[in-house]
Design a protein around this ligand. Structure first.
Ligand SMILES: CC(C)(COP(=O)(O)OP(=O)(O)OC[C@H]1O[C@@H](n2cnc3c(N)ncnc32)[C@H](O)[C@@H]1OP(=O)(O)O)[C@@H](O)C(=O)NCCC(=O)NCCS
Length: 149
């Protein structure tokens, strides 16, 4: 696995099928519908990134921005390929692209029970700002996290 070679690139329309599959595997209780990915693909195409290896989509991050504020809409890495740095790399490339567009603060929401994702974001310098009760469809709370770039 250490030698796995992959690249991070902007998503294209043909990737959306694989991304939706990955979304459903990663968030079985409340996946974004495929329409959401098509919407963001039109709205913020340059901030919709995938990690690809030999034609296979290993992970994606979906961001969007307006003026100085960026938002991480969703991120997931295929189960088999987790824990080897892909999520972190996707986030770093998203931040780099947002910075190039003049974004100054990036926000995201994460489930209070998602320790792995919280650790990923804390490690990248995000700070926990607030808690939103009942944010997710299953009634669980979200933490709002923010990073100034
Ligand atoms: C969250 C997720 C995207 C992370 O992607 P990943 O490629 O596995 O993460 P990385 O290998 O880049 O690891 C980045 C950091 O995450 C944390 N992390 C990753 N796997 C971990 C594990 N098994 N246990 C604890 N922390 C872990 C660590 O802080 C790690 O940094 P480190 O290697 O410096 O310790 C991935 O676990 C995933 O797809 N989860 C399901 C979907 C999800 O929860 N998305 C986030 C919604 S807000």
């Amino acid at each position: 696995m250490e030698r796995l070679s992959y690249k991070i690139r902007a998503a294209n329309i043909a990737d959306i099928r694989s991304v939706v599959r990955l979304e459903r595997e990663s968030f079985p209780n409340y996946p974004y519908p495929s329409e959401a990915f098509h919407y963001y693909y039109r709205k913020c195409q340059d901030l919709f990134l995938v990690a690809e290896s030999e034609g296979m989509i290993l992970g994606y991050v979906l961001g969007c921005s307006e003026d100085e504020v960026g938002h991480v809409v969703s991120i997931a890495v295929a189960q088999k390929f987790r824990g080897i740095g892909i999520g972190r790399k996707l986030m770093i490339e998203l931040e780099r692209r947002m910075m190039g567009k003049g974004v100054r603060r990036i926000r995201l929401e994460v489930s209070v029970s998602n320790d792995i994702a919280r650790r990923l974001y804390l490690g990248l310098g995000y700070k926990e700002l607030a808690r939103i009760r009942g944010y997710y469809p299953d009634g669980s709370d979200a933490l709002v996290m923010e990073k100034l770039i």
